[in-house]
Each structure stands twice: as C-alpha cells, then as structure tokens.
Ligand binder design. Sequence first.
Ligand code: IPM
Ligand code: MG
Length: 365
Amino acid sequence: MSTKAFKIAVLPGDGIGVEIVPQGIKALDAVANKLGISFEYNEALVGGAAIDAVGTPLPKETLELSLASDAVFFGAVGGAKWDNLQPVSMRPEPGGLFPLRKSLGAYANLRPVVVFESLTSASSLKADRLEGGLDILFVRELTGGIYFGKPKERREIDGEVVAIDTCSYSDFEIRRIAHMAFLQARRRSGIVHSIDKANVMETSRLWREVVTEVAEQYPDVKLTHMLADNCGMQLLRNPKQFDVILADNLFGDLLTDEAAMLAGSLGMLPSASIGEQHGGLYEPIHGSAPDIAGQDIANPIATILTAAMMLRYACDCPDGAVMIRCAVESVLNEGYRSSDIATEYSNVVSCSKMGDLIADKILQD
Ligand code: IPM
Ligand code: MG
C-alpha cells in the first residue's frame, strides 16, 4: 500500500446524496486514522446542484477534477425540479452521470449483493431461501447499450410522434466486460450466469456468441446463459444458485434493484465502476430519493460500503475495505438500523448517527 495521499473527487450531487456522502467520508477518515494513510478530498458540483449553481449538470471543472483524481466518490443525482429540462442533455442523469461514467471509461459496474445475517428478516424473501448467507456479484456493463446508443430521439413519422432508443453493442464492448466477469468468478465460486434476451434482440445474440467465445479462455469457470426474464424470476426462486451475474447496461440496472431487496433494501448496495485508465467511480446503486431528502433518515450503509469498494479497487487497501465491512456488520449486529431496514425490535437511528456509529466502530476495533 502506498503512503501518498489518495486524491478523491467528492461529488455528493442531489437529494440524499449530500447526506450519505459525508457518512462514507467518516468511514474513510476512520480507516485513514487506523492505517496511517491519507486522503485529499476535493468536492465538486454535479447533477441538479450543478445546474442550479452554474447552469450545467457536469461542469468542466468537475470533469477535470474527476479525471485528475485517483477515484471519484459519488452520491446521487436527479430530482423532479430538473426532470423536464430541455434539451435532455441538460438533465442530471443523461447530462451529468452518464458522461461522467463514459469519460472515466468506467465500463464495468461491480455490484455485490451480500445479505448480512442480522438482516435476513429485512429481506423480501423468506429466511429459508437465504440460509447460510447470500453473496452474488453483478457485473453490469455500464457505458454501452441502450443508455448510449444513437439515435436516441423523437421524430414525426406519418403524423405520429415516434420515440426511438437504440441498443447497440460492439464485440469489443462485450468481450471486455465478459473478461471482467470471468476474472471475478475465478476469485469466487467459479460460476457465471450471462444474462440476455437472445430470443428477441440482435445485441443479445452477439452478446451470447462473444461471451461463449471468451468462456473458452476460462475452463475453470462454469458458464450458463440465462434469459433476463427468467433471471428475474430465479433471483426470487433460488438466489443461491448465482455467483457472478453478467448483464448488459439495462438488464443489469433492473436486476440489481430487484436483487437489492434480497439484501433488505436498496440502501444496502454499493457499487464500483471501473475501467482501464482511471481508478474509477464509486456510487451506491440507489438514487437521490427526493421523497426522504433533507430529513437525515436515509440509509448510508450503501455509501459506506461503496467507500470500502473504493479502498479495495482504487487505493489498493483491502485491509481498509475489510475494516469497514466488519464495522457495518458489528453495528447491525448490535441492533442499530436506519428506518428502511428497521423491525419493531430495532434501535432506529438517523443517517448521520449511523455514520458515526460505523466510524466509531472502525476506530475502536
Ligand atoms: C443506477 C441508477 C442510474 C442508472 C440512474 C440514476 C440513471 O438507476 O446506477 O442503477 O440507471 O444507471
Ligand atoms: Mg438503477
């Protein structure tokens, strides 16, 4: 591990983003204190906050800072206030988050779904389906597919308004994300389920061909192709059959929200978006949750676990990642809960209190 200060671009964004990101920073500071490493944080505007302040969702300074940093620690963007801006590229997601992902080359979005034992009862599934724990890693392609395909527009055709989204994937894009999934599986239980709709979509047929070809280089990993609708069902029927789930941008988005409920809440799932050139973009999988913003009741655990992923992937500090994970586990074992995962026996705490408890636990251990 290096002794230099890691340069972290901090982009809280909108809604609960500004509440959860500081909790992640508390955990990082606690790790820094324990391990004698240091972080240089530089905060910048993104999303609606940036639109309000400077008129654009991804200001040049934010992009430059992000590119010049070792990692980007991101909260969430979006909200009703900016949903109808024209052109669409002026809105927080298409104009802020997507170009940031693309510019950082963060094509591989790793989303672990881990069920903490103390939260089994918070899961939407019956406890017996989760017995012995659950540990799935989604590998979602993040910079291609229907999110980015052109044309993406509206046209008038024969007097009707027609909206067009294009899903396109090159063999190169599929190959690199497939390699990522197989490499991850190799370090885990050696099983990859590759998700597509090869019965419907041409991009899925190419996806299946390329993934099959890549699999030949990983004879130690077992590959199964699964249709996306079936995967949605299998996640609820028997989630323990999965180890690594490889999916394109859209299927990965849908299935990870579903899988979050296995872990008890959308507020539990972290993610790391990595590529070849840059240390990556680190964001919880949930959005800005305008409905609960400003009340200090959001669950910061997804963001705190995201900080752990940043330590692992961008800062070469797996020890720090383990420290954060253990602290989260201990605090949950002690019965503390944010309201989204609470039961009648829980000690419900605010977002900032949860952040304090986890940081204190890191410092004590
Ligand atoms: C996610 C989110 C984003 C996405 C939204 C906020 C545009 O749902 O990261 O999963 O669809 O990629
Ligand atoms: Mg999503």
